[in-house]
Design a protein around this ligand. Sequence first.
Ligand code: GUN
Length: 284
Amino acid sequence: MGANIIDGKALAETVKQEAAQQVTALKEQGITPCLAVVLVGEDPASQVYVRGKINDCAQCGIESRSIRLPETTTQAELLAQVKLLAEDPAVHGILVQLPLPAGIDEKAVIDAIPPEKDVDGFSPVNVGRMQIGEPCYLPCTPAGCIRMIESTGVSIAGKQAVVVGRSNIVGKPAAMLLLAKDATVTVCHSKTRNLKELCAAADILVAAVGRAGFVTGDMVKPGAVVIDVGINRGADGKLHGDVDFAAAAERAAWITPVPGGVGPMTRAMLMLNTVEAARRAAVR
Ligand code: GUN
């Protein structure tokens, strides 16, 4: 195995220390950043993610409010809860954990979060601002991917970057952020014909398809930086990325593990966004 491992857990600790220092400075001005996390239903994976976010807040000195609503919650009830948080000046960031139970329109819920409290960066206003390079909250997973690539010392400008997956919360924004860093970006998806050749030409390969082992070793260019966003629970009960790690690590120069790669970085970037939301609230 030749690749260097990009240690997401270690990098996340550094980012959280950065957030904690900023929290200390804000507290000296009488501001305590506060994140509200809303979880509807009992999805086991979501419960784990939400617990992790609450723990990260505590570690950074950020106040958190954990709001648990039953699976039977109606859209109107959820929207009413979001409205309360939107109007509460003590709450700086609002995160509604996705996916939501069937019958609740995710878009309506995301639209109910004011852009200035949208620390997930999912609202159309933040997506639009990102697109044109205006100040905004960057979506945490793609922002974490960029930070991980930059941590290698490999420059992004001028490189061929391939993103596999075109979701609104990872693939599309990852492509935009890589473009903003002057990469030449290709986005691949389920209808892409020459997937293997495109991936094999990538200096930077970001896999965000949600299928275990989708990116095989022969799709990795020797010397590439490989970022694996996938978190797939296998029949063995273990977590697997979208990349065949062992085979890809034979060829890549840098690769993220699963678990311990993108996941912890996503949560750390959320802490930075929450601190930023508190700072902006103070100057509004
Ligand atoms: N579900 C999976 N990832 C995320 C995320 O980054 N934010 C929210 N709100 N829900 C998610």
